[in-house]
Design a binder for this molecule. Sequence first.
Ligand code: ADP
Ligand code: NI
Length: 227
Amino acid sequence: MSHNPAADSGGDQIRRAFSPPPKRGVRAKLAHESSGHDWWHIHRVVRTVRTIAREEGADGFVCELTALLHDMADDKLNADPAAAQRELEAWLAASGVGPETAAHVLEIIATMSFKGGSRPPMRTLEGKVVQDADRLDAIGAVGISRVFAYSGAKNRPIHDPSVMPRERMTEAEYRSGNDTAINHFYEKLLKLKDLMNTDYGRRMAEERHRFMEAYLDRFYAEWEGLS
Ligand code: ADP
Ligand code: NI
């Protein structure tokens, strides 16, 4: 590419680099998705990645491309995740981005979706940025909305003071079980700000965290008829 990459965003570079644009395929695949990983989740992660990448001096092209593709092979969205992974690898190989970029994108996605006790830390700045943006989408006003949407889809209650948040849980317990929307704040959302990788991501997370705390204060006050 002969242009000055500093002068335009990763999105501009992505539009120039691909035909057809990857956005079209990603959007088609996620059109009927209802687990909270719909197209608009991708849209928000791409926008957030753009903000953090600019502030942190990360490669916007790699960050935005990875954000666009990060859920394509996820086991929540695919009956056959291994086939989806092969499809993603084949698409990247044919895309013209080059083997180094393709390997970088795939490494970030694999580290993000790592299942199991202690997740390995992200190796590269671009990985840190994309993981931060994905986590940020689970907190703040949008994160609150996603919790209630997810809980409703699973027929779970908004709140039940007799159900305690769970301290430790396995992947299976996290996915199923006796849970409420409010408990999910304690089981996941309020923990995310301490997991941020980048300074700018952490600043954004702290702001969203304060908003969630204020929301919970009001929620309990209203629950008790006090405000
Ligand atoms: P990811 O691991 O990709 O962040 P999850 O499937 O854990 O995705 O979560 C998707 C969205 O649904 C997130 O915003 C998350 O907070 C919400 N969610 C996940 N599990 C629960 C739950 N038990 N109760 C309420 N919301 C949940
Ligand atoms: Ni995501």
